[in-house]
Design a protein around this ligand. Structure first.
Ligand code: HEC
Length: 304
């Protein structure tokens, strides 16, 4: 009886783990769901947690004679290292544009997580759990920029060495413009829309250009090519800027908005998403339907 209920718990744990990790595993193939790279790394955490549960369930069925063999220590140490290496791609934009490669990357992280927890548990009973916690923690830390490649930090700035804080002002200096350090966020956003070239395609006076006008965009329903309508809230605007290839508005050519902005505006070196949020604040300032749902959360900026 006791063995039976134990088995049921194990099978349940295995199924739950598999389902959880399936979500992270297939994420790159459902890439329109993507948010920023920091959030994406948190997703790796969930995937590792699922993989770990699955591995614990599998390890419970390991025949006794195969348990506690010394050589299990080898995969237990190497698998997390390989897993970490797979989270080190410096070309985020490249991975985002090649979903099958990104899927393989996720598959690798998943398999490494399963192997690491399985091997740890097989090496010493009970060690699988701390290994699971370690993996989840490692992935979560990557969301904060730890252990991942710094990425293309010089994309925006002519001087690659300036820190995040100095980034805006040096970037503006390069273009002959200057923004006072304490300028409101929407002012920074306006300048960014000039330096990044958004205004070549987006007017702010209500007239249509290559892209839609930004006047009264935030908070208003957007007609998609497939007939659906979506309100331009914060999430919509974020996705439109970072993943334009998954946005198809009615009356606009597909693929006309560059995909290069996500590498410039998101990534571990942009964990606070300051510049992305500045652009969205600016777009908000152009709309009479701006609301908390359309505004980025900006803790350090008093709302006007
Ligand atoms: C080369 C032209 C071009 C540039 C440059 C460009 N965009 Fe776009 N943008 C477009 C087009 C075209 C669309 C419509 C996309 C579609 O329907 O596939 C669009 C859509 C958008 C939308 C959604 C608009 C709506 O009505 O729902 C936002 C927000 C946006 N762009 C922001 C930006 C920002 C911010 C920048 C600069 C960092 C930028 N764009 C640069 C062409 C451009």
């Amino acid at each position: 009886m006791k063995g039976n209920s134990k088995r049921i718990i194990n099978v349940g744990m295995g199924i739950v783990g598999f389902v959880i990790s399936l979500d992270g595993l297939t994420m790159p193939l459902r890439a329109h769901m993507m948010t920023t790279i920091a959030v994406h790394h948190l997703l790796h955490s969930g995937m590792a947690a699922g993989a770990g549960l699955l591995a614990m369930a599998l390890a419970a069925n390991l025949p006794r004679r195969d348990r506690e063999r010394t050589w299990w220590v080898l995969p237990a140490v190497l698998a997390p290292v390989f897993g970490l290496a797979l989270m080190w791609p410096s070309e985020y934009a490249y991975l985002m544009d090649h979903r099958w490669l990104h899927f393989l990357d996720h598959l690798g992280i998943f398999l490494c997580s399963v192997l690491a927890v399985f091997a740890a548990q097989a090496y010493v009973r009970g060690l699988g759990w701390p290994m699971l916690v370690l993996l989840v923690g490692m992935d979560a830390a990557a969301a904060g920029g730890f252990g991942v490649s710094p990425g293309p930090s010089n994309l925006l700035s002519p001087q690659a060495s300036v820190g995040a804080a100095g980034m805006e002002s040096s970037m503006m200096a390069g273009s002959g413009m200057s923004v006072p350090p304490n300028a409101p966020l929407h002012v920074l956003g306006q300048r960014l829309s000039q330096t990044l070239g958004c205004i070549a395609c987006h007017h702010v006076d209500g007239t249509k250009a290559v892209g839609p006008s930004w006047r009264n965009l935030a908070g208003y329903p957007q007609k998609l090519a497939n007939g659906a309508t979506e309100i331009a809230n914060y999430q919509f605007l974020t996705n439109a800027i970072l993943y334009p290839e998954y946005l198809q508005l009615q009356g606009f050519p597909a693929g006309a908005m560059p995909t290069s902005y996500r590498a410039m505006l998101s990534g571990p070196q942009h964990t606070n998403e300051h510049q992305l949020n500045a652009l969205i604040w600016y777009i908000n300032s152009l709309s009479d339907r701006s609301s908390p749902a359309t505004q980025p959360p900006v803790p350090d900026e008093p709302r006007k």
